[in-house]
Design a protein around this ligand. Structure first.
Ligand SMILES: [Zn+2]
Length: 400
């Protein structure tokens, strides 16, 4: 059967309310680092959902206590390319939310709640797409995988495990919210800590000490200027690199000249920069200041315990590949409009799948990235419904 007819057959029983219900059920289950069960209860919900759909090949792979990846496979006949739908199970904690975090509210065509857009909406759409295909009873040619991974909001340990296991598929879609734009690239991310050591003294005799807070401020000021310079290094796909001082910490009391102060820096780099070079670049800034202020010692260290242990590399998928073509075609068929191929604002697990496993990967999901982590996080229901239809269409394009 031709893919268009097949898609109509699969979508005929599609009840739009079902995907809303799945998303609401998932928002109802907090899955962040401040709850004791972490991602476990959400993984159990997904496990039960897939079992009910008679998808048999499911594995809960515990990476830490209460922290499983969930991996499901709809086996193909082996005659076509395989596709992975990847999404993270964790959200950030509710922090300063101004709406109920876990009691999803459906209002004005939107669903409100923590994780609605980042990224339980996409998880709901992916799971339902897989279930709809299974319900029809068709045999795909290529394998279809769903990988619900832990820890993306912290160190991406879930997708790192897929890398360690050498998980192989031909293509992957990571469902971070892209407003249904096809994102084939994004910047890499490096976190660095700059430790400044001076000389402690009594606060009433600051001239007897060397105050590292002042020197850390000089470094911060140079970094601010350097960020301006980086604006010139425009990459045509992902934009220009950036640098930001996110933390400055030092000292105990006003009456003491402290002996240490540090800065924590986030550097977003473009695909033709290398993470090693970023340390040399930072060293040059520090060395220039050292010539004028030799009384301070500085050290630059990678914050590897806070970020992805195998590096938050950039994503850069070429324009011409079957996955992007399949997504463009699917988007057109479902919406009647042309799609946009662009870059993603943040960092995503797609970079690990692409760079470390050689899986051609893009980021594509419903919702606005500016609603991620927002105090009024929400997802437009119409986009959620489109996502189900497009995921079904692209599964057929790739695996059939
Ligand atoms: Zn996310």
């Amino acid at each position: 059967m031709d893919n268009n007819l097949l898609r109509e057959k699969i979508m005929a029983p599609f009840d739009e309310k079902e995907v809303v219900d799945i998303l609401c059920a998932m928002i109802f289950i907090p899955s962040h680092k401040q709850v004791e069960w972490q991602e476990n209860r959400l993984a159990e919900y997904i496990y039960d959902f897939l079992k009910m759909e008679r998808i048999e090949d499911i594995e809960l792979d515990f990476i830490q206590e209460n922290r499983p990846n969930i991996i499901a496979r709809l086996p193909g006949t082996g005659e076509g390319p395989s596709l992975m739908l990847n999404g993270h199970l964790d959200t950030i904690p509710p922090y300063n939310m101004i709406i109920p975090a876990y009691n999803p509210v459906v209002k004005d065509g939107h669903i409100f709640g923590r994780g609605s857009v980042d990224m339980k909406g996409s998880l709901a759409a992916m799971l339902l797409a897989m279930a709809l295909i299974k319900r029809t009873g068709i045999d795909l040619k290529g394998d279809l995988f769903f990988t619900g991974v832990i820890d993306q909001e912290q160190r991406s340990l879930g997708t790192v495990k897929l890398v360690e296991d050498n998980f192989k598929t031909d293509y992957a879609i990571v469902g971070e919210p892209t407003n249904l734009e096809i994102c084939r690239a994004h910047k890499g991310m490096e976190w660095m800590k700059i430790i400044v050591k001076g000389k402690s003294a009594h606060g009433s005799t600051p001239e007897k000490g060397a105050n590292p807070i002042y020197h850390a401020c000089r470094i911060a000021s140079e970094i601010e200027k350097f960020n301006k310079e980086l604006e010139q290094k425009e990459d045509e796909v992902v934009g220009h690199p950036t640098i930001n001082v996110g933390v400055i910490r030092g000292g105990d009391d006003p009456n003491i000249v402290p002996n240490v102060c540090w800065l924590e820096v986030d550097r977003r780099y473009v695909p033709d920069e290398k993470s090693e070079d970023l340390y040399e670049e930072m060293q040059r800034i520090v060395t220039r200041l050292k010539a004028v202020y030799p009384q301070y010692k500085t050290e630059i260290v990678a914050m590897d315990d806070r970020v992805c242990p195998i590096k938050n590399t950039p994503l850069y998928t070429p324009v011409n590949n079957k996955l992007i073509e399949a997504l463009e075609k699917s988007f057109l068929e479902v919406t009647g409009k042309s799609s946009t191929v662009t870059s993603f604002r943040g960092w995503s697990d797609a970079a690990l799948l692409d760079r470390k496993l050689g899986i051609t990967s893009v980021v594509f999901g419903p919702g606005l990235s500016e609603k991620c982590h927002a105090a009024d996080e929400s997802l437009k229901i119409a986009d959620l419904i489109q996502a189900v239809k497009i995921y079904v269409a692209v599964i057929l394009e790739i695996c059939n």
